[in-house]
Design a protein around this ligand. Sequence first.
Ligand code: SF4
Ligand code: SF4
Ligand code: SF4
Length: 362
Amino acid sequence: MKEQTFESIRHKGYDIRFRSKPNFDRLYVELSTACNFSCEMCFSSGQERKSGTMIAAQTITRLADELSGYPDRPEIVFAGIGEPLLHPDWRAFLLRFKEIPAKVGLHTNGALLDEEALTFLVDAQTDHLCLSVDPEGFGHESAEKSLETLEMLHAIKKRKGSLLPLVSIQSVLCSKNIGGSDAFGRRIESLGVSEWILSNLVPMNAEQAKTALYPMSPISLATPLGLSFASRFPFARVPSFRLIGERGCPFIDKNSLVVGADGRITLCYPFLRSHETYPFGKKHPVAAYAFGHFPDERLLSVWQKTDVSSFRAKVRLGLFPYCFECEWIDTCELITRGSTDCHGNMPSCADCLWYHRLVMCF
Ligand code: SF4
Ligand code: SF4
Ligand code: SF4
């Protein structure tokens, strides 16, 4: 392990010294880029989802070998931009990481979770299950089936006397389904859900951008969910609907690394795939960016690279420009290219909806 010395970043003529965290706490592992759904708010193209890449079994073996040597093991989350349960070996992979031992979570659209798969998750003492389900009107397919899956899981856990897996629900909200959020919340609160992560939409086209619930007036006290939403649903994590207030990257703040199904190592979902987004109706391309490749490089050596720790420090300290607050946003060519910003950062977080907590994730 690299000796913990001070590193520095230069910002507006100052040298800022920092000592970065020596290890990461969470590792998102993308098992599959294929998906059995075709949600309209998905980052990946339909073609990508059809031709999908599956992570190699050897990559999982090497990941597990590397992580078993760590004194502080990160939590593993099978997630990414694709459906992890489409990988034919997901059960074996989950057991391998539990064996290390490490905490293992799974983020899925839930369509492939039948009674046998749910029983497996309980018996394997999977630590956390996050299901993507949205109130009716917009979002993932088959919400009703997902709610039945939750009922089934709740019954299996009760029968076996197991507290695991903990269950989170992730829902995307926009003007088409926000009206159903109260009824949806009441439905899931009796199903043993410990956390309901609500998120705004990352618009994939200009039409979709018109249905986004942000930005609201900075002086408005209510959110589109209503004033007493948070007290009625204390297990809900509500996103911001304004461009002011608390900021921070959910990936960097949790000290996360992401390994794509093709072995690329990055720091967040937006950098996993090149895609176009339309925040506030204007096209912003986002270029994929790899900080390293597994298994050619060890995860820890990528985490400790100087450019990676400097990047994380800049994001933690908010030392980059914010396009959504910039008077040049309508004429700026940089954001239409999507790889760098006006401070020369590459990759750039300048137009990231996650950073403003408008978008949240598991
Ligand atoms: S379930 Fe997830 S990965 Fe699959 S299409 Fe929907 S958003 Fe994309
Ligand atoms: S890249 Fe810089 S100049 Fe361009 S919109 Fe963003 S903050 Fe403004
Ligand atoms: S682009 Fe957004 S999600 Fe990715 S590291 Fe930057 S702030 Fe975080």
